[in-house]
Design a protein. Structure first.
Length: 262
């Protein structure tokens, strides 16, 4: 417990259940004194409400990022209830799971390519545009990405392309909002067992590769991701913007897994 986020209002987009990365971040934010709002999609409401209650989140807003009306209504609600916003966490991604397997070249359709980009990358740009006018200098935006943007990861396919767009968007947002004193960063988390990971064919092998090959020889701990989010959303992360920080037990530095000792 601490007060690094005391007096700060943070909107968290992307809590689906207790395994969500956004939930780990929300708990860390609440423990540091932040006032929180959650957005959720209808299908997840039953799971999200009790979690919100657990940490005293009163502002719960339905929001489907594919709809302009829904985004307008959600940010309108934040404007009406809070007026000002200090932090935003974007932990949202989606792709048809039929395309998260096998050949990227063969399995990627026009429709799902566009949809994955819309939900997983454009939604952060849209959220940043709507959040920025409510932010004073010191405001901070954080999104979640994965190594599949930089390296070819089996089955990650079109999500890797969307994450590359998300990371590039992070830099352009940082450039545009920097003069207003607003920072924008991405956390590249290692594989964590969530609903989203379940949609990736062989998602379990991503977990075990992390455990076996990462320098720390352990799974990425969601608490480490939440700690990084705290760093970026609070003044601890002052002067950091446009950055992609890896929180993955060091997995991203490994070029080739260690061979068994002779
Ligand atoms: P999750 O399934 O708990 O979260 C994904 C969220 O996206 C859900 O809350 C879902 O409701 C939301 N979402 C999907 N479509 C939406 C829409 N149209 N409108 C609004 N919200 C929508 O899984 P997670 O792993 O916690 O994912 C959070 C973020 O972390 C994602 O961007 C994911 O790509 C990223 N990430 C995950 C891992 C991992 O291994 N789990 C690793 C690195 C990055």
């Amino acid at each position: 417990k601490g007060d690094l986020m005391k007096g700060r209002r943070v909107l968290i987009m992307g809590v689906a259940n207790k395994n969500s990365i956004a939930w780990s971040i929300a708990q860390q934010m609440a423990a540091q004194g932040a006032e929180l709002a959650f957005t959720y999609i209808e299908a997840m409401e039953k799971r999200v409400r009790p979690l919100a209650k657990e940490i005293g989140v009163k502002l719960m807003i339905h929001c489907d990022v594919t709809s302009d009306e829904s985004m307008e209504a959600a940010f309108g609600k934040i404007r009406d209830e809070w007026g000002e916003l200090h932090g935003l966490v974007h932990a949202i991604a989606f792709s048809d799971k039929e395309e998260l397997k096998g050949s990227f070249v063969e399995n990627t359709s026009r429709e799902n390519f566009a949809r994955s980009m819309d939900i997983s990358a454009f939604s952060f740009v849209d959220a940043a545009r709507r959040a920025a006018p409510m932010m004073a200098p010191g405001g901070s935006l954080v999104t979640l990405t994965y190594l599949g943007s930089e390296r070819v990861i089996p089955s990650y396919n079109v999500m890797g392309v969307a994450k590359a767009a998300l990371e590039a968007s992070t830099r352009y947002i940082a450039r545009d909002l920097g003069p207003k004193g607003i920072r924008c960063n991405a956390i590249s988390a290692g594989a964590i067992k969530t609903l989203s990971l379940g949609g990736i064919s062989g998602g379990r092998s991503l977990l075990s590769a992390g455990r076996d090959w990462a320098p720390l020889r352990e799974d990425t701990d969601p608490a480490g991701v939440a700690g990084c989010a705290l760093y970026l959303l609070s003044d601890l992360g002052k002067s950091i913007t446009g950055e992609v920080l890896h929180v993955d037990a060091g997995f991203h530095i490994v070029g080739f897994p260690d061979q068994a000792e002779e």
